[in-house]
Design a protein. Sequence first.
Length: 255
Amino acid sequence: MRPYIKMYFYGRDTRPPLVQRIVPNGETGLCFYRGNKVTYSGVGEVGSCFASQTMHYIDIKAHGGIEIVGAHFTVLGARMFLPAPLNEYTNRILSVDDVGLGELERHVMEAATADECWGRMDSFFLHSLMRNDADELNLRRLHRAISYGIGHLDTVRIGVVATEACLSERQLGRLFSSFVGLSPKDYLRLQRYHKTLADMKSCRADNVTLTEIAWRNGYYDLSHFSSDFRKISGYSPSRLLDISENDGDEVGWRI
């Protein structure tokens, strides 16, 4: 399942933070709240959901203790399990029924342990893959585009990315939107944001200015740098660096 599922996760907290901010990272996920529901900003009360692609942060408010189990898809993985192209879900928090996964929710809610939840999800997704034919050629092209783009975040041009994938810019945009749910430009903006934040953290003990870090990551003026950070995370770069505490956490999209 590794090409499609980045990880399964489980969490239980009797006294969770009142609000947790989730920052987009260019990937999507399924969340099943077993017990108390939570409130997603701009959406309302949520029990189980598919979190689609977005360029904006979202705040999740707890109402007492929570128990959550779910799946975090790879960047191209979710398309294999959903009934429609990913761009049809962009900027939405959808119920699992809306994306054809109501049966999986029932399996997860009936499971007794986290391991059983993960086993049931694994079995469900494996059976889904057996029923679907992967578009191997275009998946390889998109993997190449993503790999090249991430390797050249400071200087990337979408036309060059398309050429590397043996596609026109228009073809790349259409395929990318369908499989990823974002345009190539927006996806790479998110990757640059996360790389820049990682550089900011690693340079905390050094005498390196934010201006220098921004410049070497392809932000050619500070207003662009600050605007991107505020749009994606809701915080200025300096403020985000002060409050970000998840260094080394695989789930780098939590604040």
